[in-house]
Design a protein around this ligand. Sequence first.
Ligand code: CTP
Length: 397
Amino acid sequence: MLKGRNILLGVTGSIAAYKAAMLCRLLKTSGADVRVVMTPLAKQFITPLTMATLSKNPILVEFFDPENGAWNSHVSLGEWADCYLIAPATANTLAKMACGIADNLLLTTYLSARCPVAVAPAMDLDMYAHPATQENLEKLRAAGVAVIEPDEGELASGLCGKGRMAEPAQIVRSVEALLDQKKKSLAGKRFLVTAGATIEPIDPVRYLTNHSSGKMGYAIAEALARRGAEVTLLSGRTCLPAPEGVRRIDVLTAADMYRAATELFPSTDGAVMCAAVADYTPAEVADRKLKKGDGDLTIRLCRTRDIAAELGRMKNDRLLVGFALETHDALAHATEKLRRKNFDFVVLNSLQDPGAGFRGDTNKVTLLDPSGAEELPLMCKTEVAGRIADKIENLLR
Ligand code: CTP
């Protein structure tokens, strides 16, 4: 029932943390990919080793890995998750969530998560019944958090009453229901995404290409598909596997990509032009390997057709998103591309920004539309893809 879903399981410092092991196991057997974030106190109740073994993923507790300084990004965790389930959730964590306090990784992830959030409270009956706790739960419900009601029964304190964390099987059912309920925001929409580098053959063994890894375009295709859109990924050269649920069509040259894109575009609601398309291609392709001579070799190149500009002419009320990679006068050049290619918005990356552009896993972009520019901080490419998907969603609304 949870096949292909990413569940982020938050574990806080409650005696009910022992049930988190069973919960994690049930989530896994339902087909979910599970990552676990724990509060520092939760480690006193259940070991990270247990949770790491069951989830088959390293456990996240600190903002940084103390061993190697690697940053655990709460934003990308929130972006990765289809559901953030905090179980058990203590009175203390619920209170902090209700007030927006962010003094550990579990809480910062809550504040930045855009996915549905569910909490399974676990505490003593009087703590649960206390007006402060009830008020905090009300606040969280009002903020859209699903509260999985605790059971009545014997509690760790020896008392009997309401406060015992719901049984793991019940929590899994609640998560399934929550995800079913949450309608996919781009369901029924169709998109074309171009990605990767084109390859322009010179002869049977040599070609012209560029440094594009395809990561940005693949991340966008995945982000749109995860929101329920039907995505066709028109892909040049990359080493990446097709994202789940995305139809991938491989092409080689700029001319192949042009033909496929102009054919596919009319049956979509929009396109994101992420491919690094060659602007020039050899005027002639030798059908036999060119043998070297003593002198220099000149290869005559001719212009390829601009796919984005052609889709810009065809677009009518479809959405068209372009990329601009600039080394100087970035904003001026990107504004010119926005207008000339009839884009609804342009994702501008400047090669002058460290961490932006080709190959890496991060990017620093500015989203530019006719009403102005929004500069985003350095983020991993999946987060950038999420922001682009958000903007597409807003424009289609
Ligand atoms: N693009 C395209 N087809 C081409 C060339 C570019 O679809 N033949 C798309 C890219 O996918 C990107 C945008 O157009 O969305 C980039 O615009 P472009 O003018 O090609 O940028 P540069 O090549 O960087 O332009 P310039 O050389 O003028 O800087």
